[in-house]
Write a protein that binds this ligand. Structure first.
Ligand SMILES: Cc1cc2nc3c(=O)[nH]c(=O)nc-3n(C[C@H](O)[C@H](O)[C@H](O)COP(=O)(O)OP(=O)(O)OC[C@H]3O[C@@H](n4cnc5c(N)ncnc54)[C@H](O)[C@@H]3O)c2cc1C
Length: 318
């Protein structure tokens, strides 16, 4: 089995590490930051392919990840994954591209909480990000090497791997610099985390008919993530929150008939969107490097499917 170096300890890097470990590979992870310091920790992390392209590949990765998450929710509660019912408000009965073939998709005619003419529902696993990231990290055989690297050779050297080791680039927005990728586009999002109040912890809600007033509610095990916004921005935009956005999110929540409890904290992050599609491929100029970044607003939704594809690329060449 070969030696694999993974750059990045967000959900994409750690899921890729786990997938390689399961296949018996020797894996080392180097990352500038981990846990709460990553974008992944900000996510409500419900299964739903928001802001990720291209549709055909995204759908396949998402469906595979969904199956994996549902199995985890059943078999290992310590992974922080639970299965919720996700409701999305819509204007008509068109099935969205990513939902075609979902066996549990249901259209709710005649309105939903009085807010619209139509809604649909489906089963959606949700990973509680802090628990899930810690669970993934605990599966590593070696501690994460905390270092920002400026090249793939530096990543190998940082973990003591030889020059032939395969490097998997899971750096999210960091790929804009590390892979010099001009297609990377940061998309700012803010969330408000509240006590549950009257919100049912088994249901997630989404309304993106007007992206200027984007709304979602994603329960964790004892709190609720409310959002949000999706603003294309510079890659170095600070991830600070604003009181105005907090107020707007709380007002949208109430307008959707949901009554949250006390505000616990607010957070913001930059979704690592790639305008030319999620990059899961070998580097054309250096076949020892495989890229796995640009998952936009769907890193959790796609992580396992992408990781398995990366792993298959390596296994095929052994
Ligand atoms: C508000 C918000 C809500 C979201 N909600 C959802 C949701 O409900 N469902 C969903 O599926 N997704 C959601 N997302 C999207 C999801 O968070 C991202 O797609 C996901 O976190 C991307 O994971 P990643 O591992 O690629 O990136 P990150 O979590 O950013 O991790 C990147 C890693 O690479 C490291 N790194 C970067 N550059 C370097 C370097 N040069 N050297 C060493 N290390 C480096 C970083 O330190 C970090 O460890 C949301 C995002 C936001 C902001």
């Amino acid at each position: 089995m070969s030696s694999i170096v993974i750059i990045g300890a967000g959900v994409v890097g750690l899921t890729t590490a786990l997938t390689f470990r399961e296949k018996g590979h020797e894996v080392r992870v180097v990352a500038a930051a981990k846990g709460q310091e990553t974008t992944s920790a900000v996510a409500g992390a419900v299964w739903y392919p928001f802001r990720a392209d291209p549709p055909a590949r995204v759908k396949a990765w998402a469906l595979r990840s969904r199956e994996w998450f549902i199995g985890l929710a059943r078999d290992d509660p310590s992974a922080g994954v639970d299965v919720l019912t996700r409701y999305e408000l819509v204007d008509d009965e068109r099935v969205p591209w990513w939902a075609e073939g979902l066996p549990d998709l249901k259209f709710l005619k005649g309105g939903f909480r009085g807010a619209t003419r139509f809604a649909f529902s489906h089963i959606a696993p949700r990973a509680e990000s802090a628990i899930h990231l810690a669970w993934l990290e605990a599966k590593l055989a070696h501690p994460i090497t905390l270092r920002r690297v400026a090249s793939f050779d530096e990543a190998r050297a940082a973990v003591g791997a030889g020059p032939g080791a395969t490097v998997v680039n899971c750096t999210g927005m960091g790929a804009a610099t590390l892979a010099n990728d001009r297609a990377m586009q940061a998309v700012y999002g803010q969330i408000v985390v509240t006590e549950p109040g009257d919100i049912d912890l088994r249901e997630s809600h989404d309304d993106e008919r007007d992206l200027e007033k984007l709304f979602y509610s994603i329960p964790r095990r004892s709190e609720v993530v409310l959002g949000g916004c999706a603003e294309a921005c510079a890659a170095d935009r600070p991830t600070t929150t604003t009181a105005a956005m907090t107020e707007a999110i709380l007002a949208r929540t109430r307008a959707h008939g949901l009554n949250p409890g006390r505000v616990i904290r607010e957070r913001a992050g930059l979704r690592p969107y790639r305008t030319s599609g999620v990059r899961v491929e070998r580097d054309a100029s250096d076949p020892r490097v495989i890229h796995n970044y640009g998952h936009g607003g769907a890193g959790f939704t796609l992580a396992r499917g992408c990781a398995e594809e990366v792993c298959a690329m390596v296994d095929k060449t052994l």
